[in-house]
Design a protein around this ligand. Structure first.
Ligand code: PHE
Ligand code: NA
Length: 462
């Protein structure tokens, strides 16, 4: 492997606020608004939320700190950054795989992420045109089925989204990414809070609060714990190259510990507020929370069809979802484009365009999984799915396997492999906080992740 010709990372975030905004924009996405509510619904609500919060604080934040440390110390895209640190600490070359594996995970996630985002895109137009104007479960269902069965529609909207992403990333991280999130993030928060307030008024807030905050442990299985763990990594954009990359742009003097806590708290708040925007409607309009991935696409439009001002609220809701997904997509392609610029003699524009063409090609796997092409179906029994597809495989492989394992690798890498004085220097915090973090990445995260895995593959039974 050759050395990067030009580190793409000479630039820095303009301010701490702009970094926190960008990292929050990367973190807040479909995970918060589409996935969290439905996995919460499938796993019984409150108890799942508790386990999830525990995962965020005990594992998510320490790993997030670790990734920002790797990035800032390595000052390169994730693979090269990890390699630099491994070399610097005199470790085996294989440690650099930590960095490369996270980039691969980020890319794989992005291949289905853009497709789900394309649904949001399509739903913005559908709601605005009044498609959901009559409260018929059959109609809403048909619209969803028809969209997901239509390769053409998904191809079109996915392509548009990917092109928009390429444009922002191509402009470079200052003029593209930083400037975009500065506008989109506040807008997104405003829309989300507006919808939550509205939905508390027209829906059943009491039932929603009960569902989100009252733990019912009888619904909790080991599998739910794994899902909570995987989602803690997914929602913070960990183990996917993003935060290592963002760390590479961090000025030396920014405090990594406090910004990490900010990012995690902001992301968690958005997820909870999204729950508060969605579940009052679900309960208020007699819908069921455990509907799975279709929750906001098949269930919610029914509420929008019935409630006063539903066309506007529904449209705004999907605009918000689209914005959230878009800013996350930008963040995922950033590390890949930066890598291409470092490795090959190309401009940022060429790197962005090239990465996006490859991304589009791979997104076909998800598009045709839904559109039902034969080649995208898998014919082995998979995760209890009736008709498993490549999408199910990629989703499971990334969220439930690559992210926890990547998180484990980051924890081990920063806790054991990199010389502790480097981490101490980078972290630049009190001895107590440093020890606490170190304890978390050396012991807590590895033990927790390993236990959940052993349980999953049936070696342990609790
Ligand atoms: N954190 C994003 C979300 O919650 C998803 C994501 C994962 C983004 C990995 C980038 C990298 O939607
Ligand atoms: Na998130």
């Amino acid at each position: 492997m050759t050395t990067p010709t030009r580190p793409a990372t000479s630039q820095r975030w303009s301010s701490r606020l702009s970094f926190v905004l960008a990292a929050t924009a990367a973190a807040v996405g479909l995970g918060n608004i589409w996935k969290f509510p439905y996995i919460m619904g499938e796993n019984g609500g409150g108890a799942f939320v508790l386990v999830y919060l525990l995962c965020i604080f005990a594992l998510g934040i320490p790993v997030l700190i670790g990734e920002l440390l790797i990035g800032r110390r390595g000052r390169n895209s994730p693979g090269y950054a990890a390699r630099k640190l491994a070399v610097e600490s005199g470790r085996h070359w294989a440690w650099q795989l930590t960095g490369w594996a996270t980039m691969l995970a980020g890319f794989l996630i992005l291949t289905f992420y853009v497709v789900i985002a394309s649904w949001a895109f399509s739903y913005v137009l559908k709601s605005a045109q009044g498609t959901f104007d009559s409260p018929s479960a059959k109609l809403v269902n048909d619209v969803y089925e028809q969209m997901t069965a239509s390769a053409g529609e998904m191809l079109l909207f996915t392509a548009l989204l990917i092109i928009a992403t390429a444009v922002i990333v191509g402009k470079g991280f200052k003029h593209g990414l930083e400037r975009t999130v500065k506008w989109l993030m506040p807008l997104l928060l405003l829309l989300l809070i507006g919808i939550a307030i509205y939905s508390a008024n027209v829906g059943d807030l009491g039932a929603a609060l009960n569902f989100i905050f009252k733990p019912d442990f009888s619904q909790l299985t080991v599998n739910s714990v794994l899902i909570a763990l995987g989602h803690a990594f997914f929602t913070l954009s960990l183990a996917s190259g993003v935060m290592i990359m963002y760390g590479a742009y961090l000025p030396k003097e920014t405090s990594i510990v406090s910004t990490s806590i900010w990012i995690a708290v902001a992301d968690t708040l958005v997820a909870i507020i999204a729950g508060l925007a969605i579940f009052p409607l679900v309960f208020g309009y007699g819908l069921t929370p455990g509907e799975g991935p279709g929750l906001i696409f098949q269930t919610l439009p029914l509420a929008f069809a019935t409630m006063p001002g539903g066309i506007v609220v529904g449209t705004v809701f999907f605009i918000m979802l689209l914005l959230a997904a878009f800013t996350s997509a930008i963040s995922m392609i950033e590390s890949i484009a930066a890598f291409v610029v470092e490795r090959f003699a190309v401009t940022r524009w060429q790197a962005a365009a090239g990465s996006c063409v490859i991304l589009f090609t791979f997104s076909l796997m998800t598009i045709y999984s839904f559109a039902g092409a034969g080649w995208a179906q898998v014919d082995w029994a998979f995760m209890g799915k009736e008709t498993p597809t490549l999408f199910h495989v990629i989703d499971h492989l990334t969220s439930n396997i690559m992210l926890p394992l990547g998180g484990l690798a980051v924890a081990l890498f920063t806790g054991w492999a990199i010389e502790s004085r480097y981490m101490r220097e980078e972290l630049n915090t009190s001895t107590r906080v440093f020890r606490l973090w170190r304890f978390a990445v050396r012991y807590v995260a590895p033990v927790a992740i390993t236990l959940v895995f052993l349980q999953l593959i049936g070696v342990l039974t609790f």
